[in-house]
Design a protein. Structure first.
Length: 127
């Protein structure tokens, strides 16, 4: 019954979480504070990140896409729509990419409620 004993000890120790990378672990002893995160090795793992980009607030800004420096297909399609290309054909002509790339991006943009489609297949940015 070694396993169950180990489990009960683990639950007695409060699990801690790295605020940088989200890694969760159990300290060696109760009240023991790790110097660095075992996963990302950040010494500031218990301090919340102040940058806005990882906060929930930025999710409201639907036109901003996180974790990408190069524009994504979604961004390019949205840009094209904003420029006045509302038909899939127009967007494709504007971006000069295969139509399935556009379809994929449109599906994602619609799912994220960034764009909306009118009855005659015209895409608009959702306000
Ligand atoms: Zn970490």
């Amino acid at each position: 019954m070694k396993l169950t004993r180990l489990k009960s000890i683990k639950t007695a120790i409060k699990q801690v979480k790295c605020l940088r990378c989200g890694h969760k672990w159990f300290p060696k002893k109760p009240g023991f504070k790790a110097k660095t995160c075992p996963s990302c090795h950040s010494p500031y793992w218990d301090l919340p990140i102040k940058r806005k980009s990882t906060s929930i607030a930025s999710k409201k800004n639907s036109t901003k896409f996180e974790n990408s420096k190069a524009p994504t297909m979604q961004e390019l399609v949205l840009k094209s729509i904003k420029k006045g290309n509302h038909l899939r054909k127009e967007i494709q002509k504007d971006l000069n990419v295969p139509v399935w790339n556009i379809d994929g991006a449109i599906t994602k943009l619609r799912r994220n409620r960034i764009i909306t489609v009118s009855g005659i297949g015209r895409y608009y940015e959702k306000k």
